[in-house]
Structure formats: structure tokens, C-alpha cells
Design a protein around this ligand. Structure first.
Ligand SMILES: [Zn+2]
Length: 52
């Protein structure tokens, strides 16, 4: 499965569109957009761990 990384905040996404949105946000804002970041692979992994 392909992974796409935002080169600014280094988060990974399964969807290139999300990675592009994240990159667009990160390049114009100092902070991450939570609505985008929560869809990252890292956030998904975190949710899985919390489910255990
Ligand atoms: Zn980003």
C-alpha cells in the first residue's frame, strides 16, 4: 500500500489527496490542521493502541 508523507510535518497518509492538503496547510500555517492530522497513519496507529 502506498504511503504519502507530508515533507513538512512528516506525517504519513494513505491518501495522496490528504498528504497534499496537509502539505498545503503546513506550508502556510505554523501548526498542523487537526482535522487533517487525525487522518494520518500515525493518528490511526495511536487510536489502535488506545483501543487495546
Ligand atoms: Zn503536514
Amino acid at each position: 500500500m502506498a504511503e504519502y508523507q507530508c515533507s513538512i510535518c512528516k506525517l504519513h497518509y494513505n491518501d495522496k489527496k490528504l498528504a497534499d492538503m496537509c502539505h498545503a496547510w503546513c506550508s502556510t500555517h505554523d501548526s498542523c490542521n487537526l482535522k487533517i492530522a487525525e487522518q494520518s497513519i500515525e493518528a490511526e496507529e495511536r487510536r489502535k493502541k488506545h483501543g487495546n
